[in-house]
Write a protein that binds this ligand. Structure first.
Ligand SMILES: Cc1cc2nc3c(=O)[nH]c(=O)nc-3n(C[C@H](O)[C@H](O)[C@H](O)COP(=O)(O)O)c2cc1C
Length: 177
């Protein structure tokens, strides 16, 4: 299999919208498939961002980001945030998304997303053609409608899962006995 295609048979993954901002507080949104929890105690999440992305240096310089989880109804806006650069436009305005202030960091939350994780960068690793930013979680919140007993219910939240830029969501749940 050619090197450039080797990951296409790998795992599917959630897609998130990461917010960041410049030194003047101007906010940006980047679509990110490379996102996962990496530590439970202390809580940490990591994101892989290519150095050529406008967002890369915002996160590098400001040391903060927010992981916003969109549901499948936001798939078109999520895709647009993943093909347009914030260097050229305001993605909040252009794509009809609403910034709301975060509790602990300067980048805003995206109101239309069901979950928000506010992070400060605590570690950074160069991995091939991406930089892995590890974020220490400072605050986390989710809409009441997607919670059951305080836990996220993925059937209610309808997160976006992608493989090779085809977007899916979760339609079934099998709890272990
Ligand atoms: C579904 C999807 C997933 C993506 N995942 C990533 C990713 O994990 N890391 C990354 O650097 N770029 C990823 N991208 C590409 C960026 O979102 C895209 O280059 C974006 O326009 C960069 O925005 P910026 O220049 O405003 O930072 C993804 C794009 C799409 C559509």
């Amino acid at each position: 299999m050619p090197q450039g295609k080797m990951l296409q048979v790998g795992p599917t993954g959630n897609v998130v919208l990461v917010t960041c901002c410049d030194k003047n507080g101007r906010a940006n949104i980047i679509t990110v498939g490379m996102c996962m929890p990496i530590s439970i105690d202390p809580p940490q999440v990591c994101i892989g961002i290519a150095p050529e992305r406008y967002s890369h240096d915002l996160i590098l310089e400001q040391g903060e980001f927010v992981v916003n989880s969109p549901s499948i109804v936001l798939k078109d806006k999520m895709h647009l945030c993943g093909i347009k650069s914030g260097k050229d436009l305001d993605k909040f305005k252009e794509f009809g998304l609403t910034p709301i202030p975060a509790k602990m960091v300067r980048p805003p939350l995206i109101k239309e997303c069901f979950g928000h994780i506010e992070c400060e960068v605590v570690n950074r690793v160069k991995c091939g053609d991406h930089t892995l930013f590890v974020g220490g979680v400072l605050s986390a919140s989710a809409d009441e409608e997607v919670l059951v007993n305080g836990n996220l219910d993925a059937l209610k939240a309808q997160p976006i899962v992608q493989k090779n830029y085809v977007y899916y969501t979760i339609k079934d749940a099998r709890a272990l006995p």
